[in-house]
Design a protein around this ligand. Structure first.
Ligand code: FAD
Length: 296
């Protein structure tokens, strides 16, 4: 496995924002992944695993560590009996294709989530009443100290979170599905995709939901809409005119623009609703939101 230097990360994200990684590797096997993680630990480097970069905001200066993207057998997927068996870097789209072809249902909700299996474990990704926690049997987690299979309980899967740390990489996962005719799967997916297209800016460069939904009668999106933030722009970043819990890269957006918008959104939500919104998008590099109520 070759180690690359100063690789721009923005192009590996759906929002297209972010500077370079000092070191970058594309492990293809568990052994290569273990080697990379041991090397980073020995060098005292932070590890940044990137899936499809669909829930990531990366600092404009990039990251001073080792960024990893899983490829080869770590991104392969297939069906074994009623199990979907996939590498951490396998995309949800390809996994869904395989399960449909095999006549296995239960993964349809993931058609709305443009990520990978490993990113889904890290975030306990979910949509339309389904999430990873409900179908995941176990995941192979690789660290600098070795590899071990973990159950959903051991992974601490909760609403859009897990207990996985930055150096814990999901190399493989198994999901329990159930027989369902491919035609029915196709119909369900078409229905969910149409609903998604009607409600969200699916054709724009975004990083998915900006904030988690708070414990409140209003979702984050509805709350920010009520704050008059639809279409609000700072630099090249804009709150989606379509759905206020999305930030679009409206042209040469920088991470600092997105952070400034998020700070403004949090200030207004606190002022108007008394709610401290918590960000769902993950930050890589030197990025931090000011305390709720403060702007940049
Ligand atoms: C248009 C759009 C719609 C979206 N809709 C939804 C939705 O309905 N529901 C939902 O839950 N999310 C949604 N998202 C967010 C995102 O797609 C999910 O969070 C997804 O699971 C992230 O996967 P990823 O591979 O892109 O991870 P990334 O964004 O690359 O990374 C996210 C986090 O996962 C970690 N990670 C990635 N791969 C691994 C791995 N192999 N092992 C360990 N950690 C890893 C990263 O280090 C980071 O902390 C949406 C995003 C977009 C752009």
């Amino acid at each position: 496995m070759t180690l690359e230097e100063n690789v721009p990360l923005g192009r590996l994200t759906t929002v297209g924002i972010g500077g370079p990684a000092r070191h970058f590797a594309r492990p293809q096997t568990v052994a290569q992944l273990e080697d990379a993680l041991r090397w980073a630990a020995a060098e005292g480097l932070e590890v940044y695993t990137i899936g499809l970069g669909s829930n990531l905001l990366i600092a404009d200066e990039g990251v001073d560590g080792l960024a990893l993207r899983l490829e080869g057998e770590l991104a392969a997927s297939g069906v074994e009996g009623e199990l979907l068996v996939a590498g951490g870097g396998a995309t949800n789209a390809v996994c869904l294709h395989r399960t449909r072809a095999a006549g296995l249902g239960g993964f349809e909700f993931a058609c709305a989530i443009p990520g990978t299996v490993g990113g889904g474990v890290q975030m306990n990704a979910g949509a339309y009443g389904g999430d990873w926690k409900q179908i995941l049997v176990r995941a192979l987690v690789v660290t600098a100290d070795g590899s071990a299979w973990r159950t959903p309980e051991e992974l601490g899967l909760e609403y859009r979170r897990s207990s996985l740390g930055p150096g814990d990489v999901v190399a493989r996962a198994e999901f329990r599905l159930a027989p369902k005719p491919p035609e029915e799967i196709k119909e369900t997916v078409a229905d969910l995709q149409a609903r998604r297209k009607a409600a969200q800016p699916t054709n724009k460069r975004t990083f998915g939901s900006v904030f988690k939904n708070p414990e409140h009668e209003l979702s984050s999106g509805r709350m920010l809409e009520a704050c008059g933030l639809r279409g609000h722009r700072i630099g090249g970043a804009q709150i989606s005119p379509r759905h206020a819990n999305f930030i679009e890269n409206a042209g040469d957006a920088r991470a600092v623009d997105a952070i400034a918008l998020m700070a403004e959104a949090r200030r207004r939500a606190l002022e108007q609703f008394g709610v401290e919104l918590e960000h769902e998008v993950r930050f890589f590099g030197d990025l931090e939101l000011p305390p709720a109520g403060e702007t940049l």
